[in-house]
Write a protein of this length. Structure first.
Length: 478
């Protein structure tokens, strides 16, 4: 090789190396910039617990260094998400998806966050990815199907709900989703079949009862429609699909109020001991928070651990005696223990601090009634009715007590007021029938027996009414 050729070769080699170095350097800079873009600015955390600040600082310090630490980014994302820093959580979650693409939790968490903003179209592909990565995690599939349904993609929604049922044939959320698709297509009988299966699988699933009421009414079954509507009303608000991955965020949460809400949601959807971890964490963060203590008492009460329930509820009263809720919960403890005297003492003390509570007056009236102190019960039932005019139970108990005291004219006045608000309430009609029998008003007694029968009273109750009518008037009612 000549000297000239050698020089050109050296120059060319140097240029290639320089270009390669420049490309590598540029790539490294770009990689660092991309990684840095997923590091959210730290918000003001001065008012937050020291442990939370420390965990944020440690995770952020790891993200500030190189090479990328996907675990630290996931830690930061969950800390922000669990404590309501949603903008920061979104940034970190997008980074976690970029650097740990096979972790289905990241796509699921981001999908839920975006869905919470109402951005369902953006959430759908994330839930699709979650379903691909974790096909057996059914909460994500249910969420995907719901989002598809709401974004007018019924065919894929149906396939996704069906895929859930392949793995869990009694899943009430999938049955409800397919029933809604049946309704949209006018397949009323198919919808009813699915909804009946859902209510059998999950008797406390209010949304299935509500939808079944609509379907039954459309099919002309008004009796079932009314029963299901009443059941849905009694069960209360819609219960979202239980989501263990979201529940895992409790370990990252330092917001006491948020932990209380999580526990309340778990109680509403699953109940039982599952609500204890967030409440125990909340109590560790704020030992003197009366609401947390009361919620723990309520959970123990649901678990029938009356000793722990009483301990927590009495502590809640010590922390905040102006809240009627723990007094009302304690009534259930004393009722289970058949300790009427303790209930009366506790409720009397509660009314001194919460005199405006209709519930406390009502419960004290019931406790006095249980102790056969009828005359003392009456003013508390009257006060409960005055403070909560829409509570029919107070009217029932007051009128029933007045009847037992031999004061049917007063009972009639109470019942008229109640029936003006709800003239089809079976218990009120029954009491009015008995009231008219006691007042010796034969036509009115017969009328209210008929109305009680139309309100679907049991045959046992109707038989007792007929006997009372015959004893008073010497004949059976028509």
């Amino acid at each position: 090789m000549s000297g000239k050729t050698t020089r050109w070769f050296v120059v060319l080699t140097v240029l290639v190396l320089l270009a390669g170095g420049a490309w590598w350097g540029w790539s490294a800079v770009q990689a660092r910039r991309e990684w840095a873009a997923f590091r959210p600015p730290t918000p003001d955390l001065k008012a937050w617990p020291a442990e939370f600040r420390s965990r944020i600082e440690n995770a952020d310090a790891k993200i500030a260094s190189w090479p990328p630490d996907a675990h630290a980014l996931g830690e930061l994302a969950q800390l922000y998400l669990a404590n309501g820093f949603l903008k920061e959580a979104e940034t970190a979650l997008r980074g976690a998806i970029r650097y740990e693409p096979n972790n289905p939790r990241w796509t699921h968490h981001l999908a839920r966050l975006l869905a919470g903003y109402g951005e369902l179209e953006a959430a759908v592909p994330l839930w699709r990815t979650t379903a691909e990565l974790a096909p057996d995690y059914l909460p994500a599939r249910v969420k995907l199907a719901d989002a598809l349904l709401k974004t007018n993609q019924p065919d894929e929604a149906a396939r996704t709900f069906a895929a859930v049922l392949e793995r869990d044939p009694k899943n009430p959320y999938a049955l409800l989703g397919l029933a809604r698709l049946d309704v949209d297509s006018g397949r009323w009988s198919a919808a009813r079949q699915r909804l009946e299966a859902a209510t059998v699988a999950a008797p406390e699933f209010s949304a299935a009862h509500s939808q079944l009421a609509t379907v039954a009414e459309r099919l002309g079954d008004t009796a079932t429609a009314q029963l299901e509507r009443d059941q849905a009303t009694a069960l209360g608000r819609f219960k979202d699909v239980p989501d263990p991955w979201t529940e895992e965020l409790v370990a990252y949460c330092y917001d006491v109020y948020r932990l209380q809400v999580i526990a309340a949601t778990i109680t509403a959807t699953k109940g039982g001991a599952a609500a204890l971890p967030p409440l125990e964490r909340a109590l560790a963060l704020a030992p003197q928070d009366a609401r947390t203590v009361r919620q723990l008492g309520r959970v123990y009460l649901d678990l029938k651990d009356y000793a722990k329930a009483r301990q927590m509820l009495e502590k809640a009263i010590q922390l905040d005696g102006t809240d009627p809720s723990p007094y009302l919960d304690l009534v259930e403890v004393f009722r289970a223990e058949r300790n009427v005297d303790a209930a009366i003492t506790m409720l009397t003390a509660g009314i001194q601090k919460c005199s405006e509570s209709a519930g406390l007056h009502h419960e004290l009236g019931l406790a006095l009634l249980g102790a056969e102190r009828l005359e003392e019960a009456v003013p508390h039932f009257q006060e409960a009715r005055r403070r909560e005019p829409g509570n029919m139970a107070a009217y029932e108990d007051l009128s029933r007590t007045l009847l037992r005291l031999g004061r049917p004219a007063e009972a009639e006045e109470v019942l008229r007021s109640a029936l003006d608000q709800n003239d089809r309430a079976g218990p009120l009609l029954l009491l009015m029938a008995r009231c008219q029998i006691a007042l010796r008003n034969e036509p009115r007694a017969e009328e209210f027996i008929r109305r009680t029968r139309e309100a679907r009273a049991s045959e046992t109750t109707l038989s007792e009414l007929r006997q009372e009518f015959r004893a008073q008037f010497g004949r059976v009612p028509r």
